[in-house]
Design a protein around this ligand. Structure first.
Ligand code: ADP
Ligand code: AMP
Length: 213
């Protein structure tokens, strides 16, 4: 099944996509992760993307569309895939249509902005293995230290509160219009995402069970 996870930053798209991916084997394609990897690897795309990301703005459509289309063409996407963080603009959604990429369902994660700000600003990352923790819901065994490699955890630039607020503005202006875009196509499944991960996951699964391939 080809699935889009839609919702503001911090809605839990990555968390839910990772779980669905584990259960069904469909690859989890996170454009945010792809861009962060490009920045770490010092590629040309990464160099172009970095300042947009640090400011909570979207990277240019042509850059991210090229990266995503290249990834979706891999063999492991034949049985299905989960798009996390793409599309984020109408132009990106149109690019999927132009390429003949079918979408079966769009899980629209609904959560209020205060919850999102709290979730993201309690999020910590390992600089070495990139494992993500949450100081409230998913803390490391020893505060501030990665369980896997003992590195000191850090907060990404775009997880600081003022940048999170800018990301929410960007979401409202450029990404939220996709909800009516996909609703008109009959693809939206609303998922209440303000609760605990297990309850969001149950709602997401119920939505998927109602989707015919
Ligand atoms: P997104 O991919 O939509 O930006 P993430 O899945 O990265 O969101 O989640 C953002 C942060 O919120 C992470 O620290 C994650 O552990 C935490 N989180 C995700 N879902 C929930 C939830 N239902 N309840 C509490 N915290 C959550
Ligand atoms: P994410 O981890 O999905 O929240 O993405 C982190 C950042 O990467 C975003 O704030 C954007 O700057 C950039 N980004 C990720 N996906 C896209 C996309 N589809 N279009 C434009 N920018 C993106």
């Amino acid at each position: 099944m080809n699935i889009i996870l839609l919702g503001p930053p911090g809605a839990g798209k990555g968390t839910i996509a990772a779980r669905i991916s584990k259960e069904h084997g469909w690859p989890h394609l996170s454009t945010g992760d792809m861009l962060r990897e490009a920045v770490r690897d010092g590629t040309e795309s990464g160099a172009k993307a970095k300042s947009y990301m640090d400011e909570g703005k979207l990277v240019p459509d042509e850059l991210i569309i090229t990266i995503l289309l290249e990834r979706v063409a891999h063999d492991d996407c034949e049985e299905g895939f989960l798009l996390d963080g793409f599309p984020r603009t109408i132009a990106q959604a149109d690019a999927l249509v132009e390429q003949g990429i079918r979408i079966d369902t769009v899980l629209n994660l609904i959560v209020d902005h205060d919850t999102v700000v709290r979730r993201i600003s309690t999020r910590w990352t390992c600089p070495t293995c990139q494992r993500v923790y949450n100081s409230i819901t998913l803390p490391p065994t020893q505060e501030g230290i990665c369980d896997d490699d003992g590195e000191a955890l850090y907060q990404r630039e775009d997880q600081k509160e003022d940048v999170v607020r800018q990301r929410l503005v960007t979401y409202g202006e450029q990404t939220e219009p996709l909800i009516s875009y996909y609703r008109k196509k009959g693809l939206i499944k609303d998922v209440e995402a303000g609760g605990e991960v297990d309850s969001v996951m149950s709602s997401a699964k119920a939505a998927l069970n109602n989707t015919s391939e």
